[in-house]
Design a protein around this ligand. Sequence first.
Ligand code: KG4
Ligand code: ZN
Length: 358
Amino acid sequence: MIILSFESSCDETSAAVLSVDENGFTVLSNVIASQIETHKLYGGVVPEIASRAHIEAVSGITYQALDEAKVSLSSVDLIAVTAHPGLIGALLVCVNFAKSLAAANGIPLVDVDHIKGHIAASYLTADAPKPPFIALALSGGHTAIYLVESYVDYKIIGTTRDDAIGESFDKIGRIIGIPYPAGAGFDKLSREGFILATGDEKNFYKKYRKSEAGKDKSMLLPSPALHDGSLDFSFSGLKTAAINLLHRFEQTGEPFDKSLFAARYTYEATEAVAGKTAEACRRYPGLDIAVAGGVAANSHIRAKLSEVSAQNGVKLHLPPLSLCGDNAAMIGAQGYYEYRAGRTADSSLNASALDSIV
Ligand code: KG4
Ligand code: ZN
């Protein structure tokens, strides 16, 4: 089966071609047109600009995806498109494009949830997880833990009650001068901070808490893990405390090292994600863990989750960095399972900004 898929929920327009057979998926192409350089000027995504840029990019990247895959539209068996959640104007571009293409060529259409798509990135790896498993969705808009009961049935077992982890890295990163999107720069700066704090180039994370900088009370930040027996998070408290801390440094002129600040912030975020993941492993013993979303690229979170999985004797699935961010290949993978479950869409398909996995 050949699948043509689309993604335009935020600031990446993407089209991909996958083939799937009894041996699994093969990504024949995965073209991504990023708008980061445009939005960088404004320090974040401007929805109207994003929608226009998707319109400009979508035809070109579709031709490119088909060309790279050496596939013609007449051999496409299924079209999959992200329909929710995301920026409504942005989503609408690929939803309408995919609908038209499907209708004009008589190709079946499926709509895909963006977060399910992120989790499906793991299905494109050599050793794909099989349901049931635990999935962590860590992105610009989501911080959630799911019990993936089947390829199409998800149960949410933990979530953020306010802000998402990626958005918090972006906001705090922006304040300390890291260009949008700040996640990757934050990761690198934190690494410098951990090494500065511990003097260790390798085991810096493990040694951080006991280092002088790790114990420094003037850098105190609250954990985003809620201590109420749930698997939930609150990133707004961490974000506000970090902003207040930065204001204090600014107002008092107290010198502070940005890398040590970034390290502390990353440490609290990582420990919270790791703690809730460990608790999920205890509640659902023996299940593999799959990590998904842009923040799944974070080197500290990846390393810490490897420890958590080893301690709990379960397997960890980390997608390659190229499949952590938004891309259409992951949407094609989930689209295949939606199609197999008979969940096809028709011309009444609409986009929705809202979460549908609740
Ligand atoms: O999944 P994604 O591409 O888009 C959404 O669905 O939101 O995630 C984007 C987020 C941004 O907040 C970006 O800063 C963050 O992923 N990100 C990272 C890293 N690389 C990207 N966050 C932390 N560490 C990284 N290495
Ligand atoms: Zn995403």
